[in-house]
Write a protein of this length. Structure first.
Length: 424
């Protein structure tokens, strides 16, 4: 059976090339085809421009494809000085917003990244960048989707470990990440790509662990305690990633050099692939794509063999804890002074639901500094929360403080309307 092409190369006048993408749904196919195509161009000479044409693209665009394509393009752009551009006709409006052709820089575009964090390819160039991006993703997720116990902690641990490994083991000078939230499937997709030496070359430096080939290097990497150098790390990053995704019954793909292994922990299926092209002899590259189900409880301590990670969620919680362990949540500050829109009220409510899962103590909702709130904000933040968990449960977990008569009236009205709807 002939493999369906994911792209086509067209030679245009004046040393201009066009790469027409037909399908990017299967990341491993477009990854292979794009590298092979760029090597063909490289052998023919130095192009003036390479046009990326997505006008005939069919199928969905997932983070695994976008991150890989973006990283490959950036590698050839930086190494060879090539110019890449989008074709004039790019009907896939979503693709046009991903920054695929020019990844957002975590060093230089922090404000943009904070406001446009999901569905964007982000390039991180140092450990501080990696930490910033990882923490920003978790903080955004807290305000975007209500996650079951352990999910946010697990995601935070996974991203910190994987992004850190880019600089500790791969030798790459940068990495790429993209995150998507799929509400219909209730999953978060995370894709990380680097153009470093790859797992095989990294582990080959070890005196203790010497994989026979690239496939074995992947299998060894997800074993406990396997590392290039114990002075650099304990070797539990990839191991912990696999254990957490397995505990969540999610999905994990690890690709390095010519090989990849795909783990589907929902079905127990494991798929090995070989024969992929590489960027260069020095740059074998590593791709890690994982999917976690955000409404599935995940025992993070069990997954990490009894270890309780200290992540950004705990640090954030400590910042707002009072002496008795209760929590002071400042509404105006967390709403970023937007106490008028439904979207802001919904983000606050989602964050409060996630916060309630991290502490059994009372959460004080401090309305200090707020003169008035709209009925829409009150309904999204408080009215819907009371209708979802019930008035008794709300009263047990939350206390409203420092709300003036106007704010209190808006809240009371929102709750009364929701309660009336429930009684009909």
């Amino acid at each position: 059976m002939t493999k369906k092409q994911s792209l086509k190369l067209q030679r245009l006048p004046d040393s201009i090339y066009s790469i027409r993408f037909l399908n990017v749904k299967k990341a491993w196919i477009v990854y292979n085809d794009l590298i092979r195509t760029l090597h063909i161009i490289e052998k023919e000479g130095s192009p003036k421009e390479i046009i990326l044409d997505f006008s005939e693209l069919s199928g969905s665009v997932y983070s695994s494809s976008a991150t890989s394509v973006s990283g490959i393009i950036d590698f050839f752009r930086r190494r060879n000085g090539w110019k890449f551009s989008f074709a004039a006709r790019t009907p896939n409006s979503y693709l046009g917003t991903t920054a695929l052709n020019n990844p957002l820089s975590a060093s230089d575009e922090k404000e943009v990244i904070i406001s446009e964090l999901f569905d964007r390819v982000i390039r991180f160039e140092c450990q501080d960048d990696a930490t910033f991006v990882s923490n920003a993703i978790i903080r955004r997720l807290k305000r975007t989707v209500e996650c079951e116990n352990g999910v946010l902690e697990g995601l935070s641990w996974c991203m910190n470990e994987i992004l850190e490994n880019v600089f500790i083991h791969s030798g790459a000078n940068c990495g790429y990440i993209m995150v998507q939230v799929h509400n219909r499937k209730k999953v978060v997709n995370v894709s990380v790509f680097d153009t470093g030496c790859g797992l095989f070359k990294s582990l080959a430096k070890s005196d203790e662990f010497r994989p026979a080939n690239e496939m074995e290097s992947i299998k060894m990497a997800v074993e406990k305690g396997v590392t290039e150098n114990r002075q650099l790390g304990q070797g539990n990053g990839m191991y912990g990633l696999g254990k957490i995704i397995k505990e969540n019954k999610g999905h994990l793909l690890i690709s390095t050099g010519h090989c990849s292994i795909e783990y589907d922990y929902e079905t127990g299926k494991e798929t090995e692939r070989e024969g992929a092209p590489i960027l260069s002899k020095e740059n074998l590259g590593t791709r890690i794509d994982f999917t976690i189900q955000y409404q599935r409880k995940t025992d993070i301590i069990k997954a990490l063999d009894g270890y309780k990670p200290y992540e950004v969620l705990e640090r954030d919680l400590e910042d707002i804890e009072l002496e008795d362990g209760s929590v002071l949540y400042k509404v105006l500050e967390n709403a970023r002074e937007d106490v008028g829109s439904r979207s802001s009220g919904k983000a606050i409510r989602t964050e409060l639901f996630n916060l309630a899962k991290t502490t059994p103590k009372t959460i004080y909702l401090d309305f200090s500094g707020i003169d008035i709130i709209t009925s829409s904000f009150a309904d999204e933040m408080i009215g819907k929360m009371v209708s979802l968990i019930g008035f008794s449960q709300f009263s047990c977990r939350f206390r409203i403080i420092h709300a003036n008569e106007y704010v209190s009236a808006s809240i009371d009205r929102a709750v009364a309307i929701r309660q009336k709807e429930l009684s009909v």
